[in-house]
Design a protein around this ligand. Structure first.
Ligand SMILES: *[C@@H]1O[C@H](CO)[C@@H](O)[C@H](O)[C@H]1NC(C)=O
Length: 767
């Protein structure tokens, strides 16, 4: 039995007639207490007695026995003697209520009460209660975290009265009472102090975030001492703002050394901003932790690619430079017939031993393995970096990071820049990573195979889950379900109280009870609706009917003018219901192929036919970049498809999840994922018969990728998809076309078979 079930069973057996929603609510309140708090039966009683009011009127003993049992269960300590202390709070907490007070008197004289206190103690119980009652101390139940200041004041007042009253002598018992009260207040003060410390830390962290030069050192002084030796990243209670908007508030982030975390969340919640802040070591992160954030592409110059990765290991690079200089010096001395200085000879010996220590000779092989894995050909590995495209220089940056092996590796959508084979390689490589990884990704398969933990960023909070993405999804759904249940239970309890109040408020006999119910109602924790993220749905309009065969290529050759041919032979056909995934290493001409299909490029030789009425909807990052960012999405659509009511543009955008104010904001202010939605809307409004999607998922979040997959499946026209997203391909495409060796071949088998073949080839390649 779980602790919840056990607690629920205890409550239900003590009060068999209690509404099950209330049982559940009480259980959640008690189980939610921290153990130290729960160990104090008074705390348990204070927390649940108002909820049990009706039932409690019948028997105080049952309540106190229950509190003791719950305290034992949740606090994990023996209940001996605890039942007695529960009795003290209850009569006080309900002194305004007749039935409870009556029950309290009865219980006090019962033999089960309080046997471990001194005998004289009993005599003072009533006095204690009276004094507290006089100051209204415990008329209402104590809730943790509030009433602290008032309580110390009250205690002072009580002390004054006690010393003024001559009949109340300062006996040992009296002293005991004070000590107990003081101890209680001290505990609360300690808690409050801890909380304030955390808040203080958060304030300086926030200041550090805004002014990295000055404030981060302040923060470091407070906190770094403890953190400096640890390779864990632990940041508590911190805020992140972007352009005045809070992205995180009072968030906690814990990255345990050696684990691999996936950061997920909807488009625009600020994942990349958080990663950059970590890369800048904001929030007082340890200065000794090595961090690499793969964000910017390698600068293009004359350095060969492989060499530029090797240079990333600065220690090795510097040692090699030193070696070179020393060897040159010795050669020169030799030529001149002079003696070599002993100092220099020793220096060189040192350099050699250091190089051996860091296994410098193995580095080129390691780098070659990484570059092979990331689909760099031999040719590209020796080509100067300036000859590579931006995409490849980005991959080079990833290769450098992998070679440097930082203790904290920060990755922002690493699969976006890779082809299927490289994604596969990277997944394998990262599984053996010896340090910590924190990666943003919208690629479910990648998250499942790489991550040990998932951190979900939403509603300006970070929620950590153990396990991979699939595990996360189950746990999150459960969490939402539980929240919904709790919400229901709370709502029912409120309604129950409200009904009582409405019925009895004006009845003279029950007015006092109604009043106390009003108080309970006011004291209930705020009823928070469930923070569920809205569902995303996409829909492409159904095409008008068109004949079966749409596109036909016969022996097509293509080359850009005066260049080597990209394709030497293209033969294929596309039908009105084709579902084709085009795969193959980057740089093999996939995008060129798509442009040949749309007619944006024309064959150099051979024949290409397109149905005359064919409308193709083409989506690519280029199209997203072509949006006029000075306009709002609605204005932009209006310029492209004029003459429709504004409502229509909004409706269209709505079918791609653009709702609220976002369609009216300048496109410049939108996130990458939101811009993609505008481009999808534009594509849909062309009412295409055929969709050509080139890496459509790059800026989308996981839910939107799924919505896109559903939309493709619901679409009755044809689709050609270029993507590195295995899941999207698997769930939408029936044919795999491989783009390689200047040609296009159909892969016989499913995408799973293709992946297996890639894995096999990869093993051969890397030995
Ligand atoms: C596709 O072509 C077939 C005839 O080859 C036709 O029956 C069908 O309606 C067409 N589908 C669409 C969506 O145009």
């Amino acid at each position: 039995m779980t602790i919840e079930e056990e607690a629920a069973a205890l409550v239900a057996s003590a009060f068999p007639s209690l509404d099950s929603a209330i049982v559940e609510y009480i259980t959640s309140v008690v189980v939610g207490m921290d153990a130290v708090e729960a160990r104090d039966t008074n705390e348990v009683a204070a927390a649940i007695s108002p909820l049990l009011e009706d039932a409690a009127a019948a028997s105080l003993q049952v309540v106190s026995a229950l509190c003791a049992k719950l305290s034992k269960l949740v606090g994990g300590v023996p209940a001996a003697g605890a039942s007695g202390s529960a009795l003290k709070v209850l009569p006080q907490s309900s002194s305004a209520r007749q039935p409870m007070s009556a029950a309290a008197t009865g219980a006090n004289s019962s033999p089960s009460a309080d046997d471990d206190d001194d005998e004289e103690d009993d005599g003072y119980e009533q006095e204690e209660a009276d004094i507290f009652a006089e100051f209204n101390v415990l008329k209402t139940p104590i809730r943790m975290g509030d009433l602290l200041a008032q309580e110390s004041e009250r205690l002072a007042a009580i002390q004054r009265v006690l010393s003024e009253r001559h009949e109340v002598k300062k006996t040992a018992v009296n002293q005991k009472l004070l000590e107990r009260s003081e101890g209680r207040i001290k505990r609360k003060q300690d808690k409050r102090a801890q909380k304030e410390m955390r808040q203080l830390a958060a304030i300086s962290a926030a200041a550090a975030a805004q002014n990295p030069e000055t404030a981060s050192t302040n923060y470091a002084q407070n906190k770094a001492a403890a953190a400096s030796l640890s390779l864990d990243v632990q940041i508590e209670n911190f805020d992140v703002f972007f352009a005045g908007k809070p992205l995180l508030q009072q968030a906690d982030l814990m990255l345990a050394y050696g684990r691999r975390y996936g950061l997920i969340g909807r488009n625009g919640v600020g994942k990349s901003t958080l990663l950059r802040a970590l890369a800048r070591r904001e929030f007082g992160m340890s200065a000794s932790l090595t961090i690499v954030h793969v964000e910017q592409e390698v600068v293009g110059d004359d350095t060969p690619s492989l060499e530029s990765v090797l240079e990333a290991h600065t220690e090795r690079h510097e040692l090699l430079q030193k070696e070179k200089a020393l060897v040159a010096y010795m050669d020169a001395q030799k030529q001149l017939g002079r003696e070599v200085e002993t100092k220099k000879a020793m220096e060189l010996a040192q350099v050699y031993s250091k190089l051996e220590e860091i296994e410098a000779d193995k580095a080129p092989a390691l780098v070659a393995e990484i570059l092979n894995g990331l689909s760099f050909t031999q040719e590209m590995q020796s080509a100067p970096t300036k000859s590579l495209s931006g995409g490849w220089r980005m991959r080079l940056a990833l290769a450098r990071a992998l070679f440097m092996r930082p203790e904290l590796l920060l990755l922002d959508e690493p699969t976006n820049m890779l082809d299927v084979s490289a994604v596969l390689w990277l997944e394998n490589y990262l599984q053996d990573w010896p340090h910590t990884i924190f990666t943003i990704s919208h690629d479910r398969d990648f998250l499942n195979s790489v991550c040990t933990d998932i951190i979900h960023m939403h509603h300006a909070r970070l929620e950590a889950y153990k396990g991979d993405y699939d595990t996360f999804e189950k746990a999150r759904d459960e969490r939402i379900l539980n929240q919904a249940k709790e919400y229901e239970a709370q709502l029912m309890y409120r309604q129950h109280l409200q009904a009582f109040i409405d019925r009895w408020r004006v009845n003279a006999n029950r007015a006092a009870q109604a009043q106390s119910k009003i108080k309970i109602l006011e004291k209930l924790p705020e009823l928070k609706p469930i923070e569920k993220e809205p569902e995303v749905q996409f829909r492409f309009p159904d095409p008008e009917p068109i004949a079966g065969s749409l596109v036909h290529f016969d022996d097509v050759v293509f080359q850009y003018s005066n260049d080597k041919p990209i394709f030497t032979k293209l033969n294929f056909g596309l039908r009105n219901d084709s579902r084709v995934a085009v795969v193959g290493a980057n740089g093999n001409g996939k995008t060129t192929l798509l442009k040949l299909i749309t007619g944006d490029l024309l064959p150099t030789k051979g024949e290409s036919h397109r149905h005359r009425a064919l409308r193709i909807g083409y989506f690519s990052q280029y199209h997203v970049d072509q949006l006029d960012v000075s306009m709002s999405a609605v204005e932009f659509l209006h310029t492209r498809f004029p003459g429709q009511p504004l409502q229509e543009y909004r409706r269209q955008l709505g079918t791609y999840g653009m709702t609220g104010d976002t369609p009216l904001q300048p496109i410049r202010t939108l996130s990458g994922g939101q811009k993609s939605r505008v481009a999808f809307t534009l594509l849909g409004m062309q009412k295409p018969h055929f969709l050509i999607l080139d890496e459509p998922t790059n800026h989308l979040d996981i839910e939107t990728v799924e919505a896109l997959a559903n939309a493709i499946n619901a679409f009755s026209g044809g689709v050609v998809l270029v993507s590195h997203d295995e899941r999207l391909i698997r769930s939408t495409c029936t044919e795999i076309w491989v783009c390689e060796r200047k040609s296009l071949t159909r892969f016989e088998g499913s995408f799973g078979d293709y992946k297996a073949a890639m894995a096999l080839a990869l093993r051969k390649k890397t030995g």
